[in-house]
Design a protein around this ligand. Structure first.
Ligand code: MG
Length: 470
């Protein structure tokens, strides 16, 4: 064969030899997919793998058995709006203005929302080439400028605020906590991107539709890295389950709703396995705050933890936390280190090799050493805020309460001087004040609280601006 005829073949052959290892290397370097599954008002004690005796959650139990289950995982706030802002930005809500002492969350008449200069996980990951979707309850502002599509998400399907808002005229008293609610009692819209596609949203099928949309997004995005944020509308009241789950759970309607969410998690993990993506995807399941106790049988359980949603007692903020990543996370590990939803920001950005913003305080830490068991956890302390006020601080096993107040009781806030001190290892239910026995610990936590507060500059609240009455 003359050389000039052979040369192109030789060239292609050499190119192949060079190109092959490169594409393999590129594949190896592909950053992992991130999936955050976020329940609403699910308590610490509401899953089988966290000890619930009658709610059946085989898929979440399996996820925990195949992955890592946290015993001391905290949401960053005891109510919806600030908790969500903190998860997506890695910042305490007092710093972003997404909390308030007058209005705990955003309502349909609110005009504020997550400020444009906040950086969300979705924005940071989209800058790294990720496909991004928010499928579920947003609750960070429902005006167009505040929607997920303006905060880094390519796609959005879901309700813009809580499912008990937008009461229809003639709403029965106590309707949201009833065990026989009607769709028409609330005029909650369902949005696709920025357009309302259904109103009132058929809440019976929300979980089902979120799941289908998520599975479609996973399939569609399989060729590039993706970030899926799935904040379920349930089990926040009013409770609605689809036909296949209604009347099935020994725990009643609340159990039906949690079991349906469990089924949804099972479908999402199955889709990741089927698409061959499981070994390159971190899935994290948690809840935005503790159970809404005044809803009685329509609300959840914090297990042996004290109080629930709205409060800074453990039941308000300590929530289930399950991490899953086959072959990367050691199966069946129970992690007792402190960790928080705030940390998902740093963890997701680090996995995506996106820089952690250096122009603002970030309250999260990187969970990779814990997830991969390569070192100790970076979180030494946790700060419990109610609105803009620091109520309690945990350091190691000790928690000091400077102020206490029940989540939804009519009691006023009580200031404690000296603070109450509990050893959460010995006394997870916060029953036995040990302040007098451990003055040194109390002094150290008090110093740390003062130091922390000196570094916090509260932003103007986004939750207080409302439309003028019509
Ligand atoms: Mg909530």
């Amino acid at each position: 064969m003359p050389l000039q005829r052979f040369a192109p073949t030789l060239f292609l052959l050499l190119l192949g030899l060079v190109a092959l290892p490169r594409s393999a290397a590129a594949k190896a370097r592909r950053p992992p997919n991130i999936v955050i599954l976020f329940a609403d008002d699910l308590g610490y004690g509401d899953l089988g793998c966290y000890g619930h005796p009658s709610i059946r959650t085989p898929h979440l139990d399996r996820m925990a058995a195949e992955g890592m289950r946290f015993t001391d995982f905290y949401s960053a706030a005891p109510v919806c709006t600030p908790s969500r802002a903190a998860l997506l930005t890695g910042r305490l809500p007092v710093r972003s203005g997404m909390t308030s002492d007058r209005r705990g969350v955003l309502f349909p008449d609110s005009t504020g929302g997550l400020p444009q200069d906040e950086i969300t996980i979705a924005e940071a990951l989209r800058n790294r080439g990720y496909a991004t979707a928010c499928i579920g309850k947003w609750h960070l502002g429902h005006r167009p400028q505040h929607l997920p599509t303006r905060h880094g998400f390519d796609h959005y399907l879901g309700v813009p605020y809580s499912n008990d808002m937008d009461a229809a005229p003639g709403l029965p008293v106590g309707a949201s906590g009833r065990l026989d609610p009607e769709i028409e009692w609330w005029n909650v819209p369902l949005l696709r991107d920025e357009a309302v596609i259904e109103r009132p949203a058929d809440q019976h099928t929300l979980t089902e539709r979120y799941t289908e949309e998520s599975v479609r997004f996973i399939r569609r995005s399989r060729s590039k890295p993706f970030f899926l944020y799935l904040p379920y509308t349930m089990p926040h009241v009013p409770l609605f389950a689809s036909k296949g789950y209604q009347g099935k759970s020994p725990r009643g309607l609340y159990g039906d709703v949690v079991e349906e969410m469990d089924g949804s998690v099972g479908q999402i993990l199955a889709a990741l396995r089927k698409e061959g993506l499981a070994q390159n995807t971190l899935v994290f399941f948690t809840s935005d705050n503790g159970p809404w106790l005044p809803q009685k049988a329509a609300g959840g359980s914090a297990g042996l933890l004290r109080e629930g949603k709205g409060s800074t007692w453990e039941g308000g903020m300590r929530v289930p936390g399950i991490a899953w990543w086959p072959r990367r996370i050691q199966p069946g590990h129970i992690e007792r280190s402190l960790a928080s939803t705030l940390d998902l920001f740093n963890t997701a950005l680090s996995l995506a090799e996106a820089p952690i913003p250096s122009d603002r305080p970030i309250d999260g830490v990187d969970l990779r050493p814990l997830l991969f068991r390569t070192g100790p956890g970076a979180r030494q302390s946790f700060f419990y805020y109610r609105g803009t006020q620091l109520y309690a601080v945990r350091r190691g096993p000790y928690k000091a309460h400077f102020v206490t107040r029940s989540g939804y009781g009519r009691d006023a806030a009580v200031k404690h001087d000296p603070p109450l001190l509990f050893h959460l290892g010995h006394d997870p239910s916060e029953q036995y004040n040990v302040a007098a026995l451990s003055p040194d610990v109390l002094a150290e936590i008090t110093r740390e609280a003062a130091q922390h507060q000196a570094g916090v500059v509260p932003a103007m609240s986004q939750l207080e601006a409302v439309e003028p009455p019509k």
